[in-house]
Design a protein. Structure first.
Length: 105
């Protein structure tokens, strides 16, 4: 395999694999527990169920518009909640936010 092919293929395959890890079936998503803001992982990433409750020292004007529902890690299961690749086994609020937010591409 040529080095050029390898250098371009590895990031694409890695992104695909990570994306597939975050996917769950609708039946699995319905079994997810809502993420509690006191959860250690949630605290580490400053997760809030409502972006209006985010710490203004962290969620500032530069982050305006970042919501779970428009994050690359979010998979919607209904209008209000969905699964998140950052918090496996839990559902997060679509109107929520955490510092792990990443733009969907």
């Amino acid at each position: 395999m040529k080095r050029r092919t390898l250098v371009t293929a590895v990031p694409i395959l890695t992104a695909f694999a990570l994306g597939m890890l975050g996917r769950r079936s609708t039946a699995q998503e319905q079994q997810l527990k809502p993420l509690d803001q006191s959860n250690p992982a949630a605290k580490a990433l400053h997760y809030v169920d409502n972006v209006a409750d985010a710490d203004p020292g962290i969620y500032d004007d530069a982050r305006a518009g970042e919501l779970c529902r428009n994050c690359a890690h979010f998979r919607a299961s209904d209008g209000a909640r969905g699964s998140c690749g950052l918090f496996p086994g839990y559902s997060v609020a679509a109107q929520g936010w955490c510092s792990g937010w990443a733009k969907k591409v």
